[in-house]
Design a protein around this ligand. Structure first.
Ligand SMILES: NC(=O)C1=CN([C@@H]2O[C@H](COP(=O)(O)OP(=O)(O)OC[C@H]3O[C@@H](n4cnc5c(N)ncnc54)[C@H](O)[C@@H]3O)[C@@H](O)[C@H]2O)C=CC1
Ligand SMILES: O=C(O)CCC(=O)N[C@@H](CCC(=O)O)C(=O)O
Length: 490
């Protein structure tokens, strides 16, 4: 293991702060360690990015594209290795981490298209000249990533930021530093000039030092609503800095009148338990009709959930769920379940922390119908699904909307009229019909309302927050207008 874990101005350097490490939550082994960046090293990373911005902003778009495409090609060459490292740090099964690297590769072409379509140059003819809409980079931007998609989600900020001509200081989650290191090494190999991307590792204090740094022009964040709100407060009074927040959710999925019960249960499981429930888009509340069909769906859901395989990321027979990211995260899910039971919820399938030194938990389901009005509006970031039984569709939609979040929502129903009704009333940035509410496309905007985001959607719309528009009216020569304003004499 190298101690040189920070990439500043094109050099890998050792940290000057306290010790940091990374633990494989399935195998319970330390897999990476070093020392956090000191505040002087955060300063150095921002200064390196500022210095590199002077030239990177003037590098042609085609040259920037060439480096991004080279990076995507290197991701392809190193796909197996990167998928393995993501699995080791997060506990996610290798079938899933391979799809994460695939999404990282796909981000290049999508971001190039989005740059051109959303922030390219537009030319309009005028009677005496031309009007242009062009875009310019903000400057130095900080990128903060979460642990659940440690490759794909920071990449979803970094690639569009670089294409637009910004330089980056990247602060990954302290739970997934090794994925960040491997990724930045590929940027280096792709020929990115020194200082264009810088990597600093550390815990909350490193994040605070970067977020509060005077030298940054913007911050692109994916993570919890709690941290996002702190950043939002910190950015108050700085209208000149751009802040893009992609945060958590407390996402509803409603089921109404479906013919294929297994298909409905499949979409529920895929929505609630993929990635061991550690996706911001995961369904947290499932609304099932009272009556025989709701009973049948619930019975089948319980049966299928009990049979979900949970296992090691590298098992020959791949499990559906791997370990959660840490033993602590797993323990917090047990606590969350207990809190709901203490409030009066009923356990239908118990979530259990099978080995308390690891991140392994089994998926759980609780019936919260009796406490729907009193339970806290919290995101439980793990495989715990809350079921609510309902009689009236509109009441179910009201309950679904009764959250401060607004990231994803879905309806499983065979009637298109029911979907139109649902769509017109539900409040969320991602609204699906007869599909899981996880697995959003990079070719669409990705973001939520309320406590889920600050109206700066990512994915296809990331281009928007990576550049500012410049409107110009241009004539080749200074010329007298055809008509003079009243009161002027020449
Ligand atoms: N809307 C979206 O696109 C997504 C949202 N998420 C959300 O992310 C969360 C899980 O990720 P976590 O890594 O636990 O999020 P987190 O909020 O704990 O950490 C995110 C990043 O912020 C840094 N950080 C933490 N506290 C900070 C502070 N006070 N000042 C500055 N930086 C700080 C962390 O080191 C990390 O790099 C969930 O809430 C999930 O819903 C996850 C993926 C996608
Ligand atoms: O950012 C993109 O390119 C698309 C959004 C995306 O990949 N979303 C994933 C993961 C987000 C999460 O829950 O952490 C999804 O919707 O499953």
């Amino acid at each position: 293991m190298s101690e040189q874990i920070h990439y500043i101005g094109g050099q890998w350097v050792a940290g000057e702060g306290h010790g940091v490490n990374s633990v494989d939550p399935a195998k319970k082994q330390e897999i990476w360690k070093g020392s956090a960046a000191s505040s002087a090293q955060v300063d150095a990373a921002v200064a390196a990015a500022r210095n590199a911005f002077q030239s990177w902003q003037h590098v042609s778009f085609d040259e920037r594209v060439a480096i991004v495409e080279k990076f995507a090609a290197l991701l392809g060459e190193h796909k197996a290795r990167l998928a393995k490292v993501i699995a080791m740090e997060t506990g996610k099964p290798e079938w899933e981490t391979a799809t994460e690297v695939g999404a990282m590769m796909g981000k290049a072409a999508i971001s190039i298209k989005a740059y051109n379509e959303r922030t390219g140059t537009v030319e309009n003819a005028m009677p005496l000249g031309k009007a242009f809409i062009r875009h310019k980079p903000h400057g130095v931007v900080a990128v903060f990533g979460p642990y659940n998609f440690p490759g794909h989600l920071p990449n979803g900020h970094i690639i569009p930021a670089l294409l637009a001509g910004n330089t980056v200081v990247f602060k990954p989650s302290d739970l997934t530093p090794m994925v960040a290191e491997e990724t930045v090494k590929l940027w280096q190999e792709a020929g990115l000039p020194a200082g264009v991307v810088n990597l600093i590792q550390g815990h909350v204090e490193t994040g605070k030092a970067l977020a509060s740094h005077n030298g940054i022009d913007g911050l692109f964040f994916t993570g919890s609503s709690r941290t996002g709100k702190l950043l939002h407060e910190q950015f108050a009074g700085h209208p000149g800095k751009i802040l893009a927040l992609e945060m958590g959710g407390n996402n509803p999925l409603i089921v109404k009148d479906v013919a294929d019960i297994d298909a409905a249960v499949h979409d529920i499981v895929q929505s609630a338990f993929i990635t061991s429930g550690q996706r911001c888009t995961c369904a947290r509340k499932l609304f099932l009709q009272n009556g025989t069909q709701g009973d049948a769906i619930l019975a089948r859901l319980i049966e299928v959930t009990r049979n979900i395989s949970v296992g090691h990321y590298d098992a020959a027979e791949q499990p559906f769920m791997g370990a959660m990211v840490s033993a602590q995260a797993a323990g917090m899910m047990v606590q969350a379940q207990q809190q709901l039971l203490d409030l009066g919820a009923t356990s239908l399938v118990e979530l259990t922390h099978t080995d308390t030194d690891s991140g392994f938990v089994t998926p759980g389901i609780v019936d919260v119908t009796s406490i729907i009005d009193t339970m806290p509006d919290e995101e439980h970031f793990g495989p715990l699904l809350k079921v609510v039984r309902y009689d009236d569709f509109d009441v179910a939609i009201d309950h679904a909307n009764n959250t401060s979040f607004g990231l994803s929502a879905g309806l499983l129903a065979d009637s298109e009229a029911d979907y139109q009704h649902f769509f017109s009333r539900i409040r969320a940035g991602i609204v699906n019909w007869n599909r899981p509410i996880t697995g959003a496309s990079s070719a669409a905007p990705f973001g939520g309302i309320g406590d889920s985001g600050n109206h700066r959607a990512s994915a296809y719309y990331a281009a928007d927050y990576c550049a500012y528009p410049v409107a110009s009216v241009e004539l080749e020569k200074v010329a007298m207008p055809g008509t003079l304003s009243p009161g002027l004499k020449f």
